[in-house]
Design a protein around this ligand. Sequence first.
Ligand code: SF4
Ligand code: SF4
Length: 588
Amino acid sequence: MKHLLTGNEAIARGAYEAGVTVAAAYPGTPSTEILENTAKYKEIYSEWSPNEKVAMEVAIGASIAGARSMAAMKHVGVNVAADPLFTYAYTGVNGGFVFISADDPGMHSSQNEQDNRYFAKMSKIAMLEPSDSQEAKDFMIEGFRISEEFDVVVMLRLTTRICHSKTLVEFGEREEFKMKEYKKNIPKFVATPVNARGLHVKLEDKLKKLEEFSNNTPLNKIEWGNKKIGIVTSGVSYQYAKEVFGEDVSYFKVGFSHPLPMKKIKEFASQVETLYVIEELEPYMEEQMKAAGINCIGKEKIPLIGELNPDIIAKAMKGEERELLDVDISLAAPRPPIMCAGCPHRGIFYVLSRKKNVMVSGDIGCYTLGSVEPLYAMDTCICMGSSVSAGHGAQVAFDFNNIKKKVVGVIGDSTFFHSGITGLLDIVYNRGNALTIILDNRITGMTGHQENPGSGYTLMGDKAPIINIPKLVEACGIKNIKVINPLNIKDTEKIVDEALSSDEASVIITKWPCVLKKFTEEDIEEFGNERVLCKVNEETCKTCRICGKVGCPAISFNDKAYIDENMCVGCHVCMQVCPFEAIEKAGV
Ligand code: SF4
Ligand code: SF4
């Protein structure tokens, strides 16, 4: 029987069938569901690691020990994990090792749209690119075989459309992979310069063998049609090309894309009249083909930016304007990006939005919405963990140049565990004085409520020690630490003002669970779960619209302010900002 699976579910199934026993990841769209699905197989130990580098290292350790292991991450996560990756590429593996890079063309939920196929080339590893869920599962199994046969690291490169679309998948049996014997091997696994020099020579030799494999493997296949047009393509672009050209043209479908099967591509090129390269994002294949002397057309026609689709390809290559479904978007209710009603971050961002002469260095998470209307309470957002270190850098620049401006770094709890800690150490070590605010909502909010070192549970559902953030911050060397309830505006304002007037580094931890979180026993014990909703007293309301400045989607205005009781969750933030006490607890 076939099963309808997303690419991410198929990857997890492939790991199961390949006999994987260790899987690690840090959540990030579009890769998050891979580990959520490996965790459903009791045969696979699955963990959320605090960041992608740690996930990669956990999987590498398991591979050296002899187990088949995997790590998964979104494209920007590979930047974080690049350090161990480049060296493990040199040493080679013991148990098979595959890691997944889930790229995000079109930046559906990312800060850039880097094409990680270049990582495979730069780090000198093997790369596979599935174009549907069946291939995602099959290529996982093949990836482990290649990793062990050639003693190399394998990257499986997905894109959002493959991760999240569903296609049919045929299941197979699990291969009961017996852990390989671990033997101490210092020249292979200790990458000191003297060993690494020899390992690099061996790696170049492995790459030659991989290129030969690439030229012969059925993972790279030719589908002959009319030879007037030949198309070299890979991943989801293959599906788009097929939809536009059907059986009318000849295809070279690249499934094993590093090293490229250049000999086989040359043979294909010599038999077609005009050769096109259809690939999403960068001209990864096109550049290498042109360098190898192959005459082809690629980015002259196919866009370099954003996600492709069949309409874009039809227009670019055939000049066809396809008839599109005409939807009257004015019928859809306007829904600007905004923090949820009752979001515990609203209070702190409201307070920060009222501060003059303060720069807010932000970070990656749902709280990046603190930068949008009406709060506008965030100045920058670069990458995971940068709020603390970039905030420190900005503060140093202002101070050093005698500019009176305070900087506040704002970071979520999971992001702090991911890579905020090192920035804080930097502040302490270099005697910085920036203020860091850790928004502890007791969960990894943006990616859909994954557990983290502060949440008290593992990915596999076991209870875990809860890392104490104030003690951790203290251990980093911060002396001024305050833990506050961010729903209390007066207290929050007072504590923020105190910290801003201090010449020393300070940390404020705003502690309140995400409004969408299913409370744990510990949450209920600490925060209770009684909430009293708010309503507007129309007689007292002066329509001054100050409550609108907190940006709660439950509040709207007709003549007077109005609170939608179906949306309100009783955080009482609006009640505290109304200067006329027109907002009251409903039913009290
Ligand atoms: S802040 Fe108070 S008075 Fe002003 S609009 Fe809102 S409810 Fe009415
Ligand atoms: S109490 Fe006010 S701010 Fe909080 S959710 Fe309800 S309407 Fe929004």
